[in-house]
Design a protein around this ligand. Structure first.
Ligand code: CMC
Length: 376
């Protein structure tokens, strides 16, 4: 029999590699991108600035940021065959499936960016620039509308909102989405980033790595939780029912989405920032219903289980107030996280080591093989 070995289920607490990109202080409730606290980045920077930081390891100068903005804007268009693929998708297709398929298809048309074992910052920028177009185009096509022509003067967040809604964002709306994109841009070795790095570590290409990551982000224990939070709010209806509904779920040992985290043992700092934005956007729209409900839910879950909110608790309320449909929440997460995924893939290629853990074998050995005809 194989030697017994310790198993770290879910690779919990396993340090798999060294990275300069992101640090999570789970006990102190801090999140750092390349040395900078997320609270400072959310207060003062933009998504484009953060993407530059993740890719290059330093904040850009004014000229560098300006160049990056122009470059991202110039890379937003989709090749016609990929647009045709989007048009062929069933209207009821899951947007995450569409996003994954479109990135995978894009690889076929952009062979320069898909050389095995190589990735360029150009490829990272291309994928980051194009995801809002994929999302917006599919969303319009499924409503029987034509995809919009992109507007290069718009920021990444403003273009994303326009591509989805078909209307321009005001300053507060664009800033709210920009902050959400900043907060989601990276999170160390979360499941989707790990999947991207595993794929890259086989000397596969950037687009394949991002395709793996999108498939991994889709799950409700990772990117899909904020959709479920909004479903919970719909089920609760009014703040006075929060206690009853949440307690009943906990009694049935159901998980309350938007709470708990593998790494944070205190409140996720992204939740703190998004709570403020949920209130701010709610006030601006004259709709504090989601915010009030979420505050109630938070109180019950903390009292009953001692759990803290994670990034997904308030993000859905902000997106809903911005007019983003629920089934686009996880794709919007991908629009932001692609900056982190691609930064990690670039880092993986710099210090490549095939990621290949082992499993403790618990099945039998030495069974005698009997030909199929003898097995009845
Ligand atoms: N609701 C109710 N109970 C919970 C929850 C929750 N959201 N999260 C953890 N618990 C309980 C869990 O039942 C377990 O209790 P017991 O020991 O009595 O069985 C205990 O807390 C530890 O849970 P765990 O599953 O061992 O913790 P984990 O580190 O594996 O899970 C998690 C982390 C995020 C998967 C989990 O907290 C969860 O399922 N949360 C809800 C889904 C969610 O909000 N996901 C978004 C995560 S943040 C976005 C991201 O960074 O990807």
């Amino acid at each position: 029999m194989p030697e017994p070995q310790d198993v770290q289920r879910g690779l919990e607490d396993v340090v798999a590699l060294e990275s300069r990109i992101c640090y999570i202080d789970g006990k102190g409730g801090r999140l750092i991108y390349d040395g900078y606290d997320i609270r400072d980045l959310a207060a003062h920077s933009t998504f484009e600035e953060v993407a530059y930081l993740l890719w290059y390891g330093q904040l850009p100068t004014t000229n560098q940021l300006d160049e990056l903005r122009k470059r991202l804007a110039s890379l937003r268009e989709l090749p016609a065959p990929v647009l045709r693929i989007l048009a062929e998708m069933p209207k009821e297709a899951l947007p995450m499936d569409v996003l994954r398929t479109a990135v995978s298809a894009l690889a076929v048309f952009e062979p320069d960016e898909t050389k095995p074992g190589e990735a360029s910052i150009g490829g990272a920028q291309r994928l980051t620039a194009v995801l809002p177009t994929i999302l917006g185009s599919f969303h319009r096509l499924r409503q029987g509308l034509s995809p919009l022509v992109q507007r290069p003067e718009l920021s990444h967040a403003a273009w994303l909102l326009r591509a989805i809604r078909g209307t321009d964002a005001n300053q507060l709306e664009a800033r709210a989405l920009d902050v959400a994109l900043i907060l989601h841009a990276d999170h160390e070795l979360n499941a989707s980033t790990f999947a991207a790095r595993v794929t890259a570590s086989t000397l596969s290409d950037l687009y394949s790595s991002v395709t793996s990551a999108i498939g991994t982000l889709k799950g409700p224990l990772h990117g899909g939780a904020n959709e479920r939070v909004m479903e919970l709010l719909e089920e609760i209806g009014t703040p006075d029912r929060a206690e009853e509904v949440v307690r009943a779920k906990l009694a049935r040992h159901e998980r309350i989405m938007g709470f708990g985290h593998r790494v944070y043992k205190v409140e996720d700092p992204r939740a703190t920032i998004l709570r403020d934005w949920s209130k701010k956007v709610g006030e601006a729209k004259g709709n504090l219903r989601y915010y009030d409900l979420l505050r109630q839910v938070e109180g019950v879950v903390h009292r009953e289980k001692g759990l803290y909110p994670n990034v997904d608790l308030y993000s859905g309320s902000v997106y809903t107030l911005l007019g983003i449909p629920k089934d686009l929440f996880t794709p919007v997460f991908a629009v932001s996280r692609v900056a982190g995924w691609t930064a990690h893939v670039l880092e993986e290629y710099q210090d490549l080591r095939l990621i290949r853990p082992t499993a403790r074998y618990v099945g039998p050995v030495d069974l005698v093989y009997r030909p199929i005809a003898e097995r009845g």
